[in-house]
Ligand binder design. Structure first.
Ligand code: SF4
Ligand code: SF4
Length: 71
């Protein structure tokens, strides 16, 4: 998966802090979260639950891509 911007993301960094496997990073230039390591996602939903603006949606299947949309 290519790096994708997260629509609706306000750059709070909560999902980055919440993810136990460092899947998500903040882009330093536009301060938006992006999916850096999708293969490491454990589908724990912590990122989704931590996002204050509900910008994260997670696929119910492990098949790619795990996180299917943002925003
Ligand atoms: S669902 Fe995936 S990306 Fe989100 S916190 Fe869990 S491991 Fe990280
Ligand atoms: S928790 Fe939501 S708003 Fe905050 S950085 Fe992550 S995707 Fe963006």
């Amino acid at each position: 998966m290519s790096i994708s911007k997260i629509r609706g993301c306000i750059g709070c960094g909560e999902c980055v802090q919440a993810c136990p496997t460092d899947v998500i990073r903040l882009n330093k230039s536009d301060v938006k979260a992006y999916i850096a390591y999708p293969d490491d996602c454990q589908m724990c939903h912590l990122c989704r639950m931590s996002c204050p603006v509900d910008a994260i949606t997670i696929s119910p299947e492990k098949s790619i891509p795990v996180i299917i949309s943002w925003g």
